[in-house]
Design a protein around this ligand. Structure first.
Ligand code: NAP
Length: 441
């Protein structure tokens, strides 16, 4: 169950390319509404129309299925997008597929392989514009054209500078009818990490914290195990599987000595959003662990520095530090296979540069798991895209008990960070409150 909470949300953040939604003259089907305040007679009425042989519901139905299929790749495709494809001929599905993992065939190719010769004259439904360049795999546009597909219905233009409308142009040049823009919002949400990463080369960042109802992430003595219930903890373990990197501050490392692992096959895992991908449940996902530690205080026997199956073999752990760290300690850490990034002349690690470095290492998304000081810095620096707060029905109290966002704080309410598209859902006996950071930039 998911329901919006709060009052009027700030205007939606447009992270997509500015692709128009299927504008073809000759109105038959009303399909959407442009954001306009009033109707001016004689001017653009604010509606756009799509001429199509198919009813809207049918297009939506198959695109919804494409999105559902795309989700099966969750956690595996980064830094590539999640894509699902459905091929329909004479009202029958003749091929389905999804992008199963980075470097593997794209969704369209998997669907075309299933459809075989039945693809000739069929309609292809896709949640993202097909690629048109040689990467790890050949261009999908070539395969679509040579298979004889007659129409492509897609939700979004791919903002990847190597594609960015060129895929659509190639299809149109080959005489394929293309319609774009249906289920755009859903398609954007599905690929929110990809859309940020491909346009900025920095990871999409989610900040996660578990807190009591009175907003404490630990007691006054720093005890934080466990604020939320087992169900919520397992849910947040599963959440890790969706990310390429997990980041913590040295304060949390010294206090909690975490492993930041996950439970790959937790029995009885219940996700109100449906199950995670079968591959993830089998425990195939690996992620990079990132520690922010200005003076390399981390003990050499910290749990996070131990070899783990849940990390990429070539990128087990990254320690982001500054010139304050002792060379001797950094050498010892390096001998343990830890990648060292010296980012900052000053007392604190330069988190903005850290995001650039993580982007260079193809981390398309990152989960920040606090504590309060790191959370505050990341929010203040506008690094965070999404907030994910687990709230438990407990009251901890205490002026010295840590809160999810520490730091100096702000003086005026108009400096507060605003969230939009807020949702709240029960997870066991706790609640998960999620929202996107509202930006004006
Ligand atoms: N309930 C939850 O969800 C949750 C999650 C995580 C942690 N916790 C709790 O939070 C507490 C720890 O939180 P914390 O705030 O003390 O520690 P923290 O946020 O984990 O780490 C903060 C430390 O990171 C270092 N740092 C380096 N560069 C930084 C930068 N640019 N900005 C900010 N910090 C930077 C600083 O230490 P140096 O200057 O020494 O490098 C700073 O003191 C623990 O009690 C833990 O149990 C709770």
């Amino acid at each position: 169950m998911q329901f919006p909470i709060g009052g009027k949300s700030p205007p939606a953040l447009d992270t997509s390319v500015k692709g128009r939604s299927g504008v073809t003259p000759g109105p038959t089907v009303k399909s959407g509404r442009k954001k306009r305040r009033s109707y001016n007679p004689g001017k653009d009425p604010g509606f756009f129309f799509i001429e199509s042989p198919h009813p809207v519901n049918e297009r939506e139905k198959y695109l919804k299925l494409a999105i559902k299929l795309a989700k099966k790749g969750l956690g595996y495709t980064n830094p590539n997008p999640l894509v699902g494809a459905v091929i329909v001929k004479n009202g029958n599905i003749v091929g389905k597929g999804y992008h199963q993992g980075y470097g593997l065939p794209h969704a369209e190719i998997n669907a075309l392989r299933k459809a075989k010769e039945r693809a000739k004259g069929a309609t292809l439904y896709l949640n993202l514009e097909p690629c048109c360049f040689f990467g790890k795999t050949p261009p999908c546009t070539t395969s679509i054209i040579s298979a004889g597909i007659k129409e492509v219905v897609t939700s979004l233009k791919d903002p990847n500078p190597k594609v960015s409308g060129r895929g659509i142009s190639q299809l149109k040049k080959a005489g394929i009818r293309v319609e774009i823009g249906i289920l755009k919002k859903e398609a954007r949400k599905l690929n929110e990490a990809y859309l940020k990463y491909i346009t900025t080369k920095k990871p999409f960042v989610t900040l996660k914290a578990a807190m009591s109802l009175d907003g404490k992430i630990a007691t006054k003595t720093g005890e934080s195990k466990w604020i939320t219930s087992k169900v919520a903890r397992n849910f947040s373990h599963q959440l890790r599987l969706l990310y390429d990197g997990i980041l913590v501050g040295i304060g949390t490392v010294l206090k909690d000595n975490p492993y930041l692992n996950y439970t790959p096959t937790y029995r009885g895992f219940h996700s109100p959003r449906g199950s995670v991908s079968p591959g993830l449940r089998r425990g195939g996902k690996r992620f990079t662990k990132v520690i922010v530690d200005s003076s390399a205080k981390i003990p050499l026997d910290a749990n996070l520095l131990k070899k783990s199956k849940t990390c990429l073999p070539d990128r087990q752990v990254i320690l982001a530090t500054t010139k304050m760290a002792s060379i001797d300690k950094l050498k010892k850490l390096n001998e343990k296979g830890i990648e060292i990034l010296i980012l900052g002349e000053n007392r604190k690690v330069d988190l903005l540069r850290l995001m650039e470095e993580l982007g260079k290492r193809e981390l398309a998304n990152l989960l920040i798991e606090g504590g309060g000081e790191i959370n505050e810095a990341a929010l203040r620096l506008r690094i965070v895209d999404k907030v994910c707060f687990f709230v438990s029905p407990k009251i901890i109290g205490g002026r010295y008990a840590k809160t999810p966002v520490e730091g100096e704080g702000i003086e005026h309410l108009n400096e507060a960070i605003l969230l939009k598209e807020l949702t709240c859902e029960p997870i066991g006996e706790d609640f998960l409150v999620e929202g996107y950071v509202y930006r004006t930039d």
